[in-house]
Design a protein around this ligand. Structure first.
Ligand SMILES: [Ca+2]
Length: 328
């Protein structure tokens, strides 16, 4: 059985100390809880943003780029040594500043592509959550912000619907999308890896930076694939050159060699952010980094600290993942 698919619906609402949360969430103490009764119908994806710069924190030198190794299925892995890291930001509701100790791990330099995911499907005949449901929620122009349209025949091969391009043949080097966190975890198990934790993802994405973005305090559209238009109403060429996903490694990497940690696709993690309670009847997952769909007037989570949650089996065309490995 799979859980209902997760359309985005919330209209952002400002609450508290400059924190914006989607309209289908309300803030209760330090927890973000979905409004009762809406969860089966609307996406449980919340974004928690904070505008002030992240104070400088002790991090490894940005210039100390770790070595890369060849991983399975043509993944390029970057080894992060064991160490104590500072992540989060002071006062952030779901990513407070804290110190964590991480064992050594390896993380792919790029998001998993359609070509790589196809190798998994060919080897295992795995059927994704969207395939089992026969539909997924995808993007169409002209809809209200935060709206995804449930579309029959949409899944990872056809993330724009059955009338759209075949992602495998047309977009082989773009990140795979329209798959769930459960599907992503299945791929990782097949490849001998796993999804990264929140702390692992953020440590790699920061690459020693203590700012809101890997390159500094302010967002720069030329450095990441985001939505550069004020709304999603009409089709207009975007200043970053990409309407939806972009090929992985198209934009410059961070200081440690990780590409697209900001934008392109949200990346699933294996654990939930602090203060987010797991839901036994409809398990949640979390993702980081923002996506091609994120604009200043919609999802603002395209930075190094914000995070979102959604149903574990939900599938959206701006969701993907990168694989992590625990070294022997
Ligand atoms: Ca990304």
């Amino acid at each position: 059985m799979t859980t209902p698919p997760p359309p985005f619906r919330p209209a952002p609402t400002r609450v508290g100390l400059g924190v914006r949360v989607p309209g289908n969430f309300k803030k209760t103490d330090r927890h973000l809880q979905p409004v009762r009764g809406l969860l089966p119908l609307v996406v449980a994806f919340c974004f928690c943003t904070q505008s002030q710069p992240i104070p400088a924190a002790a991090q490894p030198p940005a210039a100390a780029a770790p070595p890369t190794v060849a991983g399975p299925n043509q993944h390029i892995l970057i080894r992060i040594p064991e160490g104590t890291r500072t992540i989060g930001a002071p006062g952030h509701p779901t990513n407070p500043r804290r110190t964590v100790h991480l064992a050594a791990y390896q993380l792919a330099d790029a998001e998993t592509t359609n070509r790589q995911f196809a190798a998994f499907i060919a080897a295992t005949a795995y059927r994704t959550d969207a395939q089992r449901r026969g539909k997924a929620h995808i993007f169409f122009y002209g809809k209200p912000e935060w709206t995804w349209v449930e579309t029959e025949g949409a899944y990872w091969r056809f993330p724009r619907g059955p009338e759209g391009p075949d992602a495998l043949t047309s977009l082989p080097d773009h990140p795979v999308t329209c798959l769930s966190a459960a599907d992503a975890a299945a791929y990782c198990r097949w490849a001998g890896g796993r999804l990264p934790t929140q702390a692992e993802w953020e440590t790699a994405a920061r690459a020693g930076a203590s700012t809101l973005y890997p390159w500094g305090a302010d967002f720069r559209p030329s450095l990441a694939n985001s939505w550069t238009l004020p709304t999603h109403a009409t089709r207009v060429r975007q200043s970053d050159g990409w309407e939806f996903t972009a090929p992985v490694r198209h934009f410059p990497p961070n200081a440690w060699g990780f590409y697209d940690v900001i934008g392109n696709v949200f990346e699933f993690t294996s654990d939930l952010p602090p203060f987010i309670r797991q839901k036994p009847l409809q398990p949640l997952t979390s993702a980081r980094g923002g996506s091609w769909w994120c604009s200043p007037n919609s999802c603002k989570a395209f930075n190094l600290i914000d995070n979102g949650t959604m149903p574990l089996h939900g599938s959206l065309p701006n969701q993907g993942f990168r694989i992590a490995f625990t070294p022997p």
